[in-house]
Design a binder for this molecule. Sequence first.
Ligand SMILES: Cc1cc2nc3c(=O)[nH]c(=O)nc-3n(C[C@H](O)[C@H](O)[C@H](O)COP(=O)(O)OP(=O)(O)OC[C@H]3O[C@@H](n4cnc5c(N)ncnc54)[C@H](O)[C@@H]3O)c2cc1C
Length: 541
Amino acid sequence: MPADKTNFHDAIIIGAGFSGLYQLHQLRDQLGLEVLVVEAGQDVGGTWYWNRYPGARCDSESYYYSYSFSKALQREWRWTERYAEHGEIRRYLDHVADRFDLRRNIRFGTRVRAARWDDGNTLWEIETEAGETLTCRFLITAVGCLSAANVPDIPGLGGFSGQWHHTGRWPHEGVDFTGKRVGLIGTGSTGMQAAPVIAAQAAHLTVFQRTANYSIPSRNRPLSAEAWAEIQENYDAIRTKTITSSNGHPFEVFDKSALDVSPEERDARYERAWAEGGLGFRASFNDLLKNKAANDTASEFIRRKIRAIVKDPEVAAMLTPSDHPFASKRPPVDTDYFETFNRSNVTLVDVKAAPIQEVTAHGLRTSAAEYELDIIVFATGFDALTGPLLAMDIAGQNGCRLRKDWAGGPRSYLGLQVPGYPNMFTITGPGSPSVLTNMPVAIEQHTQWITACIAHMLAQGFNRIETSLAEAEAWGAEVNAAAHATLLPLANSSWYLGANVPGKPRAFMPYAGGMAHYAQICAEVAQDNYRGFTLGRVPGG
Ligand SMILES: Cc1cc2nc3c(=O)[nH]c(=O)nc-3n(C[C@H](O)[C@H](O)[C@H](O)COP(=O)(O)OP(=O)(O)OC[C@H]3O[C@@H](n4cnc5c(N)ncnc54)[C@H](O)[C@@H]3O)c2cc1C
């Protein structure tokens, strides 16, 4: 412990979303540590604190897009819709914070600017944007995979006379689109959620699309009393399925290749999955993400649906994806996305054919035309996975800098720890399954592993844990091999690869070997005396 104990904490957690809240609960209430959470936002919620755009909701189903660690919490919280809207998820996380009395250890409105490892004292020094210095033994980043908003650097934005907003920094008071000409840039999950809701209110919506995307109807609906009773009755089995599955969803994957059934049976299966809606469409066959020919059958089925829904054949052709396999980019689910293009107040613009050149005082200019707009909405996603970590200036042992060490792409052992940065854990860090899963499952697995690791250290009297470059490189090779055993790297423009951010190194960042398999590896590492980590007690700590 440092001489000045006033700002010392056993652990500092950065971020108060799903990850930070549960990590705080475990370290404080299970291990009895003195913990501080620092959060840039003014309240809990993380993703759901920032993403309040029209149509924002989860696309994991709400009853399993939630914590499983407390049965009492699970019993007392009643989800109202199949896919909860952002406000409801925020209320849930508020409830969690109150129920477990978490707020007293969270400091809101506090952004971490830098973190520096002090080797002599075996502690981390954290510097906030307000210039305050805090110290801790363990630094845990719960900064999220999708929290660094990616606003494209389009010339002229500063001179735009209307309003502009990024969906991931949405104004809390909302945005009134009534009578407005709105430009929506981006057609990933967020753009697809927002477009129908904005179109229903705006005078005109122009959607600027670079890459046509697949989407499955969500079939969102209120959760009836019967549906809820059934979920409650089967909650244990549902939770077991989520942790034994490859992606944290409780789907029954049909155990056959798409190529091993007749075309009629295949289409019948896809029709049923389309009618049921949601991400379970991917579970129609067991090889949709592994075998290109199998995937082609699903991709083509969805293309046919798009052509059937969209009345104008030219618009339908523009909306029909052709440059990547289904689900090789984050697969969206939607409510009336393709139907929206049948409205007379909606225009689709292909900005791959005619790129956006500048924002003018009154709108947007592409290489082909100018569009007059009152409001521009950037649904341009995030500097994913590495962005929030690299936004901080993190300095490790011997003066190493994370920004320099990761200049060629992230290097991490298990996505849990970076070599050269002792006592720092990264929840859902690059190299872990993270965004390829239903994230509460990945978050619970990581936070529980970190808690058990710290408990082990305390029990052994250890104060330092670190991994090596060799371990991180070996794990990096596993991450690469796992990705290449799937079709995921075939989506060239995917944010999984960092391709949405100019200048970002191309590296497939999440671990695609499956959530259950990954959790097994982590458990074995722990059982094997934390294989790949060096734990010990050093003087000064
Ligand atoms: C629109 C949208 C929909 C999504 N839907 C789903 C879904 O259906 N299913 C699913 O599994 N996942 C979904 N996700 C992913 C979602 O991010 C995770 O499910 C989950 O919310 C992540 O929780 P977290 O606590 O790890 O990170 P976050 O919720 O991102 O929280 C991180 C927090 O860290 C704070 N922070 C970051 N940097 C700093 C700093 N330097 N100093 C202080 N504070 C900092 C941020 O302000 C933020 O509040 C969605 C994401 C988005 C954007």
